[in-house]
Design a protein around this ligand. Sequence first.
Ligand code: SF4
Ligand code: SF4
Ligand code: SF4
Length: 237
Amino acid sequence: MACKQQWQGVSTSSGSGGIVVEPNWRKVRHFEGGKYPKPVRLFLSLSCQHCEEPACAQACPTRRYIKRDPEWIRRQPWIKERSGKYYVVISPSREEEIPDNLIMSNGRLLEDGLVIYNDVIFGLEGRGDYRNHRCIQCGLCEKECPYQVPKKNPNPQDGHDPRWEKCIGCCTRVQQGMPPACVQNCMGLALEMKPLEVLKGLTSEVPGFRYEGTKPSVRFIPVRFPLPENITETTNL
Ligand code: SF4
Ligand code: SF4
Ligand code: SF4
């Protein structure tokens, strides 16, 4: 709900009367296991895992995704630096400058690790200019993400084409020193965003959640009671 409120009705700089997007990028996902008479049902609130090696970014043929990690950015053969500016090489004959406010602060690359994409952030007040979305609707980001996080917004009301979207870690809020909307509004205080190095005692593996080669950045407080091994996700994605 907080995610929806934060990002719903994001206005566009296209002057087309504003867009209405219906994001709900955080979902409470359902897991079940055990057996009668002791069945177990668990819930995990999950959004994008902002992976250390994001498969979405490698899969996207138009190079729409960027991870705000200087080391990762420098490793990508399709991101070039020239005179302190960064460019996405989309094809041998086409490259686009990454707007400074997406990845830079005070002349330095941001390193919050958030996996963002090009269209959501730049534009009016740092919020959506969907004319530049570059999404060709191939669905590869969703297919390659081990958690099928990116989802198609089939009916954006901004006059532009459908596009794949996902949680952007409330990067504009984070850049201003604020917590993500879902964190701020979680009544159970179940969500936090912290640097990975201070979460060392926590785990990325709980029954039902698969730790994948993309190295998800999500961490969980370990459960204090034994769980059955056969827990599987039953969410209808
Ligand atoms: S969870 Fe999926 S969409 Fe999110 S960063 Fe990882 S690979 Fe990309
Ligand atoms: S659906 Fe769009 S964002 Fe996803 S991989 Fe294809 S072009 Fe990239
Ligand atoms: S971090 Fe922001 S964009 Fe991501 S799920 Fe939470 S509210 Fe939505």
